[in-house]
Write a protein of this length. Sequence first.
Length: 251
Amino acid sequence: METLSSLLTPDLLLLTCAALTAGTVRGFAGFGTALIYLPIAGIVLDPVSAIITMATMDVLGPLPILRRAAPDTHRGDLMRLVMGTLLALPLGLAALFVLDPGLFRTLVSIVSLTMLGVLIFGWRYSGTLRPRAVFGTGAAAGFLGGIAGIPGPPVIFAYMASPHPARVIRSNTTFYLFFYDCAILCMMLIAGRLAPEPVLTGLLLAIPGMAGNILGARLFIPGYERLYRAVAYALIFAAAMVGLPVWGMEH
């Protein structure tokens, strides 16, 4: 397992392909960036660098749509998610800093496969999404986002039971993930773990990530949603399986 300073050209190419693929899936399916990128990035990067590149790459993506999405945001729910995340994210990061790289890759793949199972089998949260449940969701997302870099699954799973319209859920999710990216970068900086190399690499990877988003959006044809979801599911499954530390692929 190597840090960014010792990455070889094939490793940078692998990260670029992962960012492009993840962005494309995000463009035509609306989800899946971290679920595809992180299992692959964990092969050639240490856990902290993998998450920093992911957050840096992903924080730029929603900037053009935040203003348009703002009127649809449910501010109460968003604030509860944010407060829960602020409470639990440092705990997740503390666990990340001592986590073995092999365990990190295993955890990321397990989270990805679990989320894939939720999506495929249509499991739903059946409880009432009260304010305390939203706060708890934010806390769970914060801890998971700290230790594995994937905060989305708890939020998506909880919002499956939300009475809010789809546009509100989409807006809240977009703003929440943007906040998470900013928060984890700030906390990495406070902890002295925000090295310049992963930040610069993340900025570089933002180019294929954005290109993938544009490509995926152009590939999207209304009426073929099931096909796009099937492709997204297949790519998430493939990335999660490749990311497992049982193939001898780490450096």
